[in-house]
Design a binder for this molecule. Sequence first.
Ligand code: SF4
Length: 192
Amino acid sequence: MYRVRLFAVRHSRAFEWLYARLESTMVALDPLFARIGYGRIERPIAAIERATKGLLFDCKMCGQCVLSSTGMSCPMNCPKQLRNGPCGGVRPGGYCEVKPQMHCVWVLAWDGAARMKDGSKVRDVQPPVDRRLEGSSSWLRVSREKAAGLREAREASRTSIAKAFPDARAHEPAAAPLATEPAAAIKPGRDQ
Ligand code: SF4
């Protein structure tokens, strides 16, 4: 398991790309998920997430995944479960103070982040773990929140257009015929 974790950190850039694809797919599936019911799909998706991430990252299913900000090194594998950098006890060579046979997850996080396209996120300050989310699917929560954000942004832009042109619909209904193309716009030799 530990070796697989090291592999994930070494290939953090590929995993970053995969995660981005997974997220956009799940965001696109939001209408389907909403129709089935997010409550209903929570358990099966969480089971898939647990199996996949357990194998690749030794995931503890904290429910608030930060892998994309920590170079694909899971901070919950830190014996002290520190989410914002290492403690002061890192041993020479970057080994853990509590488990000397293991690299400090934050030394790995820094290494993994340096390989990633958006590795600067490693500097983001993470909020404390919300234990109520333990065992739930991060994939589902993040994609659901993102889909809701996109919906709100679309709605806001529609509202601002409506506000900018309050009388537009009254004078030019959507079904209005298109105006004739001016002759100057028709290029010579083009089929007419
Ligand atoms: S941060 Fe949480 S959800 Fe992400 S891999 Fe670690 S334990 Fe799992």
